[in-house]
Design a protein around this ligand. Structure first.
Ligand SMILES: N[C@@H](CCC(=O)N[C@@H](CS)C(=O)NCC(=O)O)C(=O)O
Length: 226
């Protein structure tokens, strides 16, 4: 199979890129990556050369271009059905797709107030008090997924939302990092889920690369832009 190319932003900051990249890793498919640093003079032109929306991530495969993180997850799930990016069980799959779409379309306040920043401890910048409703909804989503599906191993045994790693975990992984970066206190089950994300080898690989990046993007720039 022709290799896939995934175009992503800075690993420290680009949460949508992290989602697609984790899904690509979970697919088990070989892929080549192009990293385009965000908020640079040439960023827009460089992204546009690959992605019609002017946003990363984008995925290129045999002349087919896919953009939007959730569409990329769907494409990868089709290419590698054996990787079970979506649970085989219909009810679990419907739930996983619903919560992934909810993440993709929503939680704007959380994304604006707690931008992803893997390399820094931003407890002092925390605006978690402004996003209580988003946090409460995410806690409810995680708990429902784990209790109804994950604990029963709907997607195989494992510590993730449906047991084994799924596209839904890719969609929520940046949220787990935001809770860590901004010191959001979590219930033990939610904390254990976040720890499972942080311990997943693909996440560790992305994080290690993020920690080597030198570009710093200011918090204010992110807040205005999101
Ligand atoms: N809905 C899109 C959001 C993508 C997005 O907002 N990407 C940001 C980086 S995380 C971006 O490309 N920004 C362009 C820029 O900063 O110039 C998706 O799911 O992929």
């Amino acid at each position: 199979m022709t290799r896939l190319t995934l175009i992503v932003g800075n690993k420290n900051y680009s949460s949508w890129s992290l989602r697609a990249w984790l899904a690509a890793k979970a697919s088990g498919l070989d892929f080549h990556e192009i990293v385009i640093p965000l908020r640079q003079a040439d960023t827009h032109a460089r992204i546009r050369a690959h992605s019609p929306s002017g946003l990363v991530p984008a995925l290129s495969h045999e002349g087919i271009l896919v953009w939007e993180s959730l569409a990329i997850c769907e494409y990868l799930a089709e290419l590698a059905p054996e990787a079970r990016l979506w649970p085989a069980d219909r009810a679990a799959r419907a739930h996983a797709r619903s919560i992934s779409a909810e993440m993709h379309a929503g939680f704007a306040s959380l994304r604006r107030n707690l931008p992803m920043d893997l390399a820094h401890d931003r407890h002092r910048d925390s605006r978690a008090d402004l996003v209580k409703d988003d946090i409460a909804r995410i806690m409810a989503i995680w708990q429902e997924a784990r209790v109804r599906f994950g604990e029963a191993g709907a997607n195989g045994k494992g510590p993730f939302l449906y047991g084994g790693f799924s596209a839904a975990d890719a969609m929520y992984a940046p949220v787990a990092t935001r809770f860590r970066t901004y010191g959001v206190a979590l219930e033990p089950a939610a904390q254990a889920y976040c720890e499972a994300i942080f311990a997943w080898p693909a996440f560790k690989e992305w994080e290690a690369a993020a920690l080597t990046e030198t570009t710093v993007i200011s918090f204010d720039v992110f807040q205005k832009a999101d």
